[in-house]
Design a protein around this ligand. Structure first.
Ligand code: SF4
Ligand code: SF4
Length: 57
């Protein structure tokens, strides 16, 4: 399973980066990057205020 970012919805608030318990997310200049530390806890999906994150697998 992977977390996908909908780049059309994301407003780059950076909140998901702070909520991730394993530092799997980072905000670069143009988008959210999710690395392989992700444990699919879905906290970021629940947190995102605009529904830009989705678990896909
Ligand atoms: S699903 Fe959990 S571990 Fe993966 S990026 Fe989101 S908050 Fe981090
Ligand atoms: S919480 Fe949602 S809107 Fe905010 S940076 Fe993350 S994906 Fe984008």
């Amino acid at each position: 399973m992977n977390i996908r970012v909908d780049l059309h919805k994301c407003i780059y608030c950076g909140g998901c980066v702070g909520v991730c318990p394993v530092d799997a997310m980072s905000l670069d200049e143009t988008r959210i990057v999710i690395n392989d530390k992700c444990i699919n806890c879905n906290l970021c999906v629940k947190f995102c205020p605009v529904g830009a994150l989705k678990a896909e697998g």
